[in-house]
Ligand binder design. Structure first.
Ligand code: PRF
Length: 376
């Protein structure tokens, strides 16, 4: 993997860059659609490419390990061959899901014991096991196994949790170095900075992660219940320590405005379920603010879904039609809303990049953040 910073903004920490993987190029800042179980919900791969303009998608180790399982993925020749997405893929380690979804978790010296949320079966995720599974899934970028600490944890809890994440990182790196990619292309391991909302812990975590000298680094444990301003402070603090010549990935964040604020603070990569999940609930994100398509006020509005939109569904269909599809519980409603929202997120990060390159990012961002907070 190669990362090149093409331009850094003169008035902020924002940068435009390029990541080159064996499955293609990613222009940063970038948003990565979430394909937890090997599929982006309600959006086909062809649409991800032609309508959404996705450059990289996510998969999740916890979900893919439980179903279809490592054997199936290995026999398929890895996730790219299994799901037909030929571009770059990143897998989250499952740390977050083990702690949020699995039943009856137990931490041992070895790792995290848990029961499947699907059938109650018992499993153990150790850092070594997670690295082996991520090798078998075969994503281009694989995440270290971490514990995501809740946003309201006290300092003592957060410190214990960070210690665990740091021990696990050492074991992840060791196993990663001892093993080879299975499918002939390169894989990059990204460590994750935790430390909750405590500056001393975040500083220490970022220093240790920076020392690891990885090909890219991630910030976890944010957008988990802490105030938004605190999240921005933590991003600033961590990015001042993480190396500038490596991509920085903010995990699971966030609203369109959160993403612009984080880009301004030097983040390059994002993922979030918000565009797809909120889309399936009828919420559309646009450059003029958010719209709730279930609202009766759209029933007679025959204008395009988003007149400024950048994908075919925005102009092809009217607001009244999409409103009807949601009311009638047609599956097409979920598809149109998901495609629109993902295309909007990809447009937004693409515009951010364009304005960084043009030298007017901060001015553009201030105006856009204001517009995004409107309700249409
Ligand atoms: N760790 C991992 N995945 C994540 C997070 C984390 O802290 C978050 C927190 N926003 C989202 N996804 N491994």
């Amino acid at each position: 993997m190669n990362f090149e910073v093409i331009q850094t903004d003169s008035r902020s920490k924002a940068r435009a860059g390029r990541i080159t993987t064996d499955h293609g190029v990613i222009e940063t800042p970038i948003f990565m659609p979430v394909g937890t179980q090997g599929a982006v919900k309600a959006v086909h791969m062809a649409e991800l490419q032609s309508e959404v303009g996705a450059q990289i998608i996510l998969g999740n180790t916890y979900h893919l390990y439980l179903r279809p399982g490592v054997d199936t993925l290995e026999r398929a020749g890895g996730l790219h061959r299994f799901n037909g997405w030929g571009g770059p893929i990143l897998t989250d380690s499952g740390g977050f899901q083990v702690f949020s979804l699995a039943d009856r978790r137990k931490l041992t010296a070895e790792g995290a014991e848990f029961r499947s949320h699907i059938d109650g079966s018992k499993h153990l995720f150790s850092p070594e096991r997670v690295m082996d599974i991520e090798r078998s899934i075969g994503a281009d970028i694989i995440m270290a196994f971490d514990e995501c600490c809740p946003g309201d944890a006290d300092h003592a809890y957060a410190e214990r949790s960070l210690k665990l994440t740091e021990q696990w990182l050492g074991r992840c790196i060791k196993r990663f170095k001892e093993t080879e990619p299975r499918y002939g292309y390169h894989q990059s391991l990204f460590p994750i900075v935790q430390g909750c909302v405590y500056p001393d812990l975040r500083t220490r975590a970022a220093e240790r992660v920076a020392e690891a000298g990885a090909e890219g680094n991630a910030i976890g444990g944010l957008s988990v219940g802490e105030p938004t301003e605190v999240m921005y402070e933590m991003i600033e603090l961590v990015n001042a320590i993480l190396p500038a010549d490596k991509p920085r990935y903010l995990m699971g964040v966030g609203t369109p405005a959160n993403i612009l604020e984080a880009i301004e603070r030097g983040v390059d990569m994002f993922d979030c379920i918000m565009p797809t999940r909120n889309g399936r609930n009828g919420q559309l994100f646009t450059a003029r603010g958010t719209m709730n398509m279930r609202n009766r006020k759209w029933a007679d509005d025959f204008s395009p879904i988003d007149p400024d939109g950048h994908c075919a569904v925005d102009l092809l269909h009217s607001r009244a039609y999409l409103h009807h599809l949601f009311r009638a519980e047609e599956l097409l409603a979920l598809q149109i809303a998901s495609i629109h929202n993902l295309a909007f997120y990809l447009w937004l990060v693409g515009e951010a990049r364009r304005h960084i390159l043009a030298g007017d990012f901060t001015t553009w961002k201030a105006g856009m953040v204001k517009q995004l907070s409107e309700r249409i």
